[in-house]
Design a protein. Sequence first.
Length: 276
Amino acid sequence: MTDKQKQQLKDRIAVIAAWIVACLFFFPIFWMVLTSFKTEGQAIAAPPLLFFEPSLENYATINDRTDYFGYALNSIITSVGGTVLAMLIAIPAAYAMAFNPRPWTKDILLWMLSTKMLPAVGVLMPIYLICQKLGLLDTTIALIVIYALINLPIIMMILFNYFREIPKEILEASRMDGTSTYAEITQIVMPLAWGGIASTALLSIVLLWNEAFWSLQLTSADAGTLVALVASFSSPEGLFWAKLSAVSTLACAPIVVFGWLTQKQLVQGLTFGAVK
């Protein structure tokens, strides 16, 4: 076997392996969607039913018994609001660290990232009491602030790496012309790094949409997100698998479509800023 044939064989094996991994990741989603069209009896049948008469009963039940669009609106408000607030803090901070570095700059970034290692339950009690004292329990404002803080370290690190790619000579030339710091950020840095800022924001929205812990702990009816709606279908009587699959499908569908439409920007954000 020649070297060219060996390389072709390796490429084919890699492609087959990639398809196998993709199918393994996709199968749970496929089964969830499939189960959402079954009755409760069909959902727990043994062996599992692959062929059956589909029904929209579960979706009709969800529409009649819950305010799906209210929960979806809360998810949009909190994920987008948390991202905007985090970006407002992270952009000037990343600018300062990238273009005015100090000996401790990298240590600060590593310290910020280390806070992601802290279990969320470890700070649940103080945050819950603060929200209670301020009257912010079951409000979107509380979730927006907390969401911004939990994503801030990741956003900071990615933007810092994006901003470092901008030639410093451009800023030095602008400073010689008397450009203010605010003008540098808004008129030079942000336009040059717009692709990185957009991909970082998209990644943040996806992460916050899927955030479950804080939504379940700090909200109930008024500010509950789609995560809380999914959790509401778990009851002392047991799990209603068909209805749970249907509401999970409805909760995942918006962000899956969003991720599919913006996959190029998301991959760019994950592979460029996060690893450099």
